[in-house]
Design a protein around this ligand. Sequence first.
Ligand code: ZN
Length: 682
Amino acid sequence: MVSNPLLDNPGLPAFSQIRPEHVEPAIDARLAACRAEIERLTREVPVPTWEGFVEPLEEMDDTLSRTWSPVGHLNAVLNSDALRAAYNACLPKLSDYGTEVGQNEDLFRAYQAVAAQEHLDATQRKLLDNALRDFHLSGVDLPADKKARYKAISQELSQLTSKYSENLLDATNAWSKLITDPAELAGLPESALALARQNAEQRGHTGDPASWVLTLDMPSYLPVMTYADNRDLRFEVYQAYGTRASDQGPHAGQWDNGEIMEQILALRHELAQLLGFANYAERSLATKMAKSPDAVLAFLQDLARRSVAQARKDLQEVRDFAREQHGLGDLEPWDLAYYSEKLRVYRYQISQEELRPYFPVSRVLEGLFQVIERLFRVRITQVATFDTYHPDVRFYEIRDGVTGGLRGQFYLDPFARANKRGGAWMDVCTNRLHTARCDQIPAAYLVCNFTPPVGDKPSLLTHTEVITLFHEFGHGLHHMLTRVDYPAVAGINGVAWDAVELPSQFMENWCWERESLDLFAAHWETGEPIPEDLYGRMIEARNFQSAMQMVRQLEFALFDFRVHLEYDPAQGGRIYQILEEVRDQVAVVRPPAFHRFAHGFSHVFSGGYAAGYYSYKWAEVLSADAFSLFEERGVFDPDTGRAFREKILEKGGSRDAMELYVDFRGREPTTDALLRHSGIAA
Ligand code: ZN
């Protein structure tokens, strides 16, 4: 057989050798091998045990995960037609395999038999509990016809959610605007102009006359909405962005996600009912910390009750400011970021751009690593030579600060570019796996979409981007510092989804502390730290419009939850009807009728957040409350840092999330710290 880099992969992915044509044969071969192994184990092992049955299955899952992980990663960061086709060709195969395993009664009985044995430790018990739960959630108890239906639905859902994501990417890439009159770009900061210039050059618009290209990627979109004096331009970009992949806007009807969302909701509902749940929201909660839909709704509504009045005040302040200072009669959604920024500068004499020179990406990374090293007693070093897929990518190792032993590795892919999915995320490259036969350390992908370096100038981050970086590294640490030996409950695996944002949101706190900022915030030209008065203004401005941001998140969370909870086959998704109802309840800003928020809400329609977007707020309660212990004891208190590492990060999904939290904090969480940090009156 011709060698295939996706199969001959004992260590890290051989990215430079992976071609789209390797993908399907590799997945076919892996799936065949996995099926054969399951067949062998269920037939040949008379008395299933942990070592003789569960461990070999964990090892087998790992081979599949290592083959698929680089494919999924490349599809996200180096998308091409050929790779996309290969990726999509595999989705139904993987979905079918997943369903087949989940519905395999022999496997199910074997896990039950192991679970009935006595010598198991808590981690092993948790893995087995999760596995048995997941068998039920895959329909192992269903009659044959319903099993088949479950399988068909799962397959269709995996294709539909992938299509949703493709439509959004294509629609985002399809729009750009060439500008040749610099007056049109008045107000844009130098960094945004330079990026627009670079975009133009990359598209072949060189020389005379000077030209700029705007796109819908975040580093281009946000500055326009925040700084462009030209109201028509803001409107045009707002409309293009807010109607991506929909029936409205400049590409109306092309890549329209409308029907896809309807199908996704219908299928999720049917799937939930097949399994005996009333709706998909209940199905979603079967693997989460929150106990019931009522608990989720009550949680969100409680936060809304505490925030809405202040959010209205936030909005009224911008409106008044725009009218009094700038003579604007009607504040529209495409004016909001622009006048908010003006108000922020007016009130606190601080803008995002003013901080940017203090955050050159390399310094920020060094500082982030120092924060991590001090808190968690590890050492992070860059490795110069490694196999990569793009020159922007960097590679690092995490070692134990005391023993020097290798704990984890990660790829960092920092900058925005074409054919790379927007946003920031951490994903699993390899899992920790430690058995008699394997000793594998975890590796992660950390992906951001920062403004790339322009010309000789380094990439300078906004403070918001610094926070994003810390956030994703929180996920990365959860994955890489795990001490759990079995992938199914190591790192972020097996962690209740509404607790999974705990480490990430927790890490954001160090972006606000003088003590940690001084480790890395230094002017890229002069090396000066952030001056005291600038820092003071930054802290004062921290909770600027925080109530308005809170209700915006609550709007998304309530919409996501209700659209799954209230789905009625007779009436369809009622997507925008429910969104409007939620807005009546909690929103202070109403987008215009053409706006199509749901068509681009990929967390929920193509990511893992279906009936789970509330998890961000849920986990934020945990992360704020966890950080309050550091506030009490010192932000670099070594004992508290060690406790967080040992009791939360290293434990991964090996225990119930609340159990771990209480072990760390000494009590259950309260919302006090979150409200206090957000400047929302209790
Ligand atoms: Zn996150």
